[in-house]
Design a protein around this ligand. Structure first.
Ligand code: ADP
Ligand code: MG
Length: 349
């Protein structure tokens, strides 16, 4: 049966022009709606004490505050996977032999840790847990542990004895000797910052800063043509607020590792929290700080500790071997040493 067309050819033509016009107006609206990102001059910010540190998430994109609050909750989610000290965490259960089946997320971070342990030839070693758990740098009255205890604990430090096998259901089986204790404290914050960034990007935050206790990850630029200004703390500054450097950063990570983060004195001797896996005592390598600039924060957090343990020369060589990663080392004579491409991030007035 033939369809009746009630419109005259002229009316039909007008109708198609009108339809085309409506379509292009709505397309234009969609394009400006998607791209015209509503940049705030004062960011929306949430802060809390999590992961044993001060966490701050700020968005310069105009989104609901709940998105940031939910992003903050990811710190708890990941603490329940990666914490060495939280009795309910997945890692705690692995270290206490309550399970040897682990999630793919825990396996991912352990694998990253094993890779950097290998790169550093064991100067960085994620099985340092048996030793780091007897040093307590967060205590009100920290003390140097008994030397025999340190020696005993050292016998369990060996990353080459940790093996992961993938299971058919996506979980992993971890195999490591009795007494081995994994410590992901040097790398977890970077990984968590990256996951928080993924979450925020999925929820239309295209400009923002994630700060996990000085482990900083920027999303996009602050506004068009303006980068984020990130200050790196001056180690051991009396006022606690002086900066050793101010950096201009967009869509990148800035992570520092240093002796000044957690330390104490006993009998006038200085003890800090980055430990030498061959002695069980803090590294004594004339470094105060290593700051890494990289696109992702997992790399930044891993390399900041790895470069610290390698020392200035080997650490700088390692950085130069990576594309797109820069570093600033500060030695204990208060001198800064820059990698070859670090210059472009320095904001010098
Ligand atoms: P922070 O956690 O203070 O930002 P780092 O990222 O440099 O600093 O990590 C320090 C943490 O790394 C320590 O608190 C401990 O959990 C862990 N650690 C200490 N020594 C070593 C080491 N030799 N290899 C691997 N991890 C280490
Ligand atoms: Mg680190």
């Amino acid at each position: 049966m033939m369809k009746l067309n009630l419109l005259t050819p002229i009316k039909r033509r007008w109708l198609s022009i009108l339809t085309a016009l409506c379509m292009s107006v709505s397309a234009l609206f969609c394009i400006t709606g998607c791209m015209g990102d509503n940049v705030l001059t004062t960011p929306i910010t949430v802060t809390d004490y999590k992961l044993n540190t001060y966490v701050r998430i700020s968005s310069y994109s105009n989104v609901r505050k709940e998105i940031l609050t939910d992003a903050l909750k990811l710190c708890d989610t990941y603490e329940h996977i990666f914490s060495r000290t939280l009795a309910s965490s997945e890692l705690y259960k692995v270290n206490h032999k309550e399970t040897n089946i682990i999630s793919s997320e825990l396996a991912t971070l352990i694998n990253i840790g094993l890779e950097y342990s290998e790169i550093s030839n064991g100067a960085f070693d994620i099985t340092i847990g048996s030793v780091s758990s007897i040093w307590d740098f967060t205590s009100e009255t920290p003390r140097v542990p008994d030397d025999n205890k340190i020696k005993q604990a050292l016998s369990f430090v060996d990353y080459t004895k940790v093996h992961l096998t993938e299971n058919s259901d996506g979980t992993y089986t971890i195999d490591m000797p009795e007494g081995t204790c994994l410590d992901l404290g040097a790398i977890a914050k970077g990984y968590i910052a990256d996951r928080i960034k993924d979450y925020l990007l999925e929820h239309n935050v295209s400009r923002g800063i994630i700060n996990l206790g000085g482990n900083v990850l920027c999303i996009g630029q602050k506004k068009n043509d303006t980068d984020f200004g990130i200050g790196v703390k001056q180690p051991f500054a009396q006022d606690g607020s002086s900066l050793m450097e101010t950096l201009s950063i967009n869509d990148s990570s800035v992570v520092s590792s240093g002796t000044y983060e957690r330390y104490f004195y006993e009998d006038d001797k200085f003890y800090h929290h980055i430990l030498n896996p061959s002695t069980g005592y803090p590294y004594d390598n004339e470094l105060w700080d290593v700051t890494i600039l990289s696109s992702d924060s997992t790399t930044g957090d891993c390399l900041s500790t790895v470069c610290f343990v390698l020392g200035l020369d080997k650490g700088m060589n390692l950085i130069e071997s990576y594309e797109g990663v820069e570093a600033i080392f500060m030695t204990s004579d208060n001198t800064k040493h820059y990698s070859s491409g670090a210059d472009k991030y320095l904001s010098r007035q």
